[in-house]
Design a binder for this molecule. Structure first.
Ligand code: HEC
Length: 138
């Protein structure tokens, strides 16, 4: 290896390390608690008090019906979480063993929200899971 080749090789390795370090939190599962279920007596959690504020805090800066084009930062046009109706539709149907796309993205894949510096806590994700498991009460 001559000097230039060595330098190129070193840069490539360093780039790979940076990519791996940056990529890790994006793919890491944020939630390692028990699979959420709806308590037998139902849930006190509601859209108004719990899920709505959760989505506002972590999702609506990209997924909101008043955002268009670049302002959506790549969020698909069909996925909005800025109203109860939009959030329920965007999540898709839920049922036993399937809490919809939101649970998949947020808890299973850990890909949403996509940035790594403002993430929901495990407790917040668990509460969202209970709300989803109870049929997304308004
Ligand atoms: C910084 C912008 C941003 C934020 C914040 C964000 N998303 Fe996304 N979301 C995206 C982008 C970009 C995509 C498209 C990703 C892709 O196609 O790989 C996406 C895709 C999705 C999808 C569709 C995935 C699919 O099935 O193709 C869902 C559901 C989703 N986001 C839910 C959420 C939820 C819930 C939150 C909050 C916890 C959230 N997102 C926060 C940008 C964002």
């Amino acid at each position: 290896m001559d000097g230039l080749e060595r330098r190129t090789d070193r840069l490539a390795r360093r780039a790979a390390t940076v990519v791996a370090a940056a990529g890790l939190p994006l793919t890491a599962c944020v939630y390692d608690g028990p699979e959420p279920t709806c308590p037998p007596d139902g849930t006190p959690l509601t859209w108004a008090e719990d899920a709505g504020p959760f989505y506002d805090r972590y999702c609506t800066r990209c997924h909101a019906s008043d955002l268009e084009g670049m302002a959506r930062q790549g969020a698909p046009a069909w996925a909005d979480f800025d109203s109860y109706a939009a959030a329920v539709t965007s999540n898709g149907p839920t049922g036993p063993g399937d809490l919809g796309s939101v649970w998949q993205q947020v808890a299973v894949l850990g890909t949403m929200p996509p940035n790594t510096w403002v993430r929901p806590t495990s407790g917040e994700v668990a509460r969202l899971g209970e709300w989803l498991a109870c049929g997304q009460p308004e």
